[in-house]
Write a protein that binds this ligand. Structure first.
Ligand code: PLP
Length: 357
């Protein structure tokens, strides 16, 4: 089977197998890692190794803290203003779709949000260009969503913001291709696409931005307190953290982010080509910002949607319906979806269109 779910999504089979092998008896200790104290020497070493592997994979500079938090990416929508306003009253946001909008809505509860650019006028099928980004003079930060998971729009550049910290929701494209972490004030990602189980949330934040939170910020939402406590202010999601560590090791074994990005590029290019070359299918997103991770497409004849999904599922091509807000299809092809999965999907799409076109 191939799992094209947008999230929680496919995990590498080798990781699941290793987790299964280790489930009852972790490294001969006679108990599961799930049953161990987060303060035990064993778990702390698992946790530290996961952080180091992520640092290696993303080449995270030393002046950035890596936090393993919980609550999903959505909880960051409120933690970001709480931690990063730092006495200012305004934050800039770019609106490129559904997740941007949610981040904006939540931030609006804490500050004046300036939406400095949006692609709403063309139904979120593009991304604003750098020239269109007019930063507010007093903005505490600029937030954007480099990859909009639902409509499959991925920025093809990193916004230039001068001294204003850039904040990025990398939930659906973290670890999919190399990025220069030093360009960002903060990066965050819910784990359930390219990292591990849902709930765990990775935050990468520049040290100098820490320590000036909005009054009333809960301790658990305070990045500095979290960093000072090694992400163990309270009991962390230990099993998710462990699994994330296995995924990082797996990714290293694949050759790291550079190597997987070549595979991701090929997977995306051939799937978009299969869509573009066949009048039976279409994708409305501007070519320069088509996501490598989430590929939405519609059938020329929407009456065949159900049939398409039933036949796909019978072939083990799972979870292809588009997001409930947009309909159609969406193939999410994260790191753990092998190229053979994309080939199988393309073969099925061609066959289906020949029989029904
Ligand atoms: N941001 C993006 C880009 C997403 O794709 C998602 C989706 O699942 C979220 C935020 C929300 O994540 P969570 O459900 O972990 O809060």
């Amino acid at each position: 089977n191939y799992n094209f779910s947008a999230g929680p999504s496919a995990l590498p089979v080798d990781v699941l197998k290793q987790a299964q092998e280790e489930l009852l008896d972790w490294h001969g200790l006679g108990l599961s890692i799930m049953e161990m104290s987060h303060r035990s020497r064993e778990f702390v070493s698992v946790a530290e190794e996961a952080e180091q592997d992520l640092r290696d994979l993303m080449q995270i500079p030393d002046n950035y803290k890596v936090l393993f938090m919980q609550g999903g990416a959505s909880s960051q929508f409120s933690m970001i203003p709480m931690n990063l306003l730092r006495g200012k009253k305004t934050a800039d946001y770019i609106n490129t779709g559904d997740w941007s909008k949610k981040a904006i809505k939540e931030a609006s509860r804490y500050c004046d949000v300036n939406v400095i650019a949006t692609s709403e006028e063309n139904n979120f099928t593009s991304a604003p260009r750098q020239e269109e980004l007019k930063l507010s003079p007093d903005a505490a930060y600029l937030h954007y969503t480099p990859n909009e998971t639902i409509r499959g729009v991925e920025f093809d550049y990193i916004p230039e913001t001068g001294d204003v910290p850039l904040v990025a929701d990398l939930s659906s494209n973290i670890l999919s291709r190399p990025i220069d972490v030093s360009r960002f004030g903060m990066i965050y990602a819910g784990a359930q696409k390219n990292i591990g189980p849902a709930g765990l949330t990775v935050v990468i934040v520049r040290e100098d931005l820490l320590g000036d939170t909005l009054p009333g910020t809960p301790s658990l939402y305070d990045y500095k307190m979290t960093a000072d406590a090694g992400s163990m202010v309270n009991t962390p999601p230990t099993y998710g953290w462990y699994l994330a560590g296995l995924v990082f090791k797996w990714l290293k074994a694949q050759g790291g982010v550079e190597a997987i990005s070549e595979i991701n590029r090929r997977k995306a290019e051939k799937l978009y080509a299969a869509i573009d070359e066949n009048p039976f299918y279409s994708n409305p997103v501007a070519h320069n910002v088509r996501s490598w991770m989430n590929v939405p497409f519609i059938l020329d004849n929407a009456d065949l949607d159900k049939q398409f999904l039933v036949e796909a599922e019978a072939l083990g091509l799972l979870n292809l319906p588009g997001h409930r807000s947009v309909g159609g299809m969406r193939a999410s092809i994260y790191n753990a979806v092998p190229e053979a999965g994309v080939d199988a999907l393309i073969a099925f799409m061609q066959d289906f269109s020949q029989r029904h076109g």
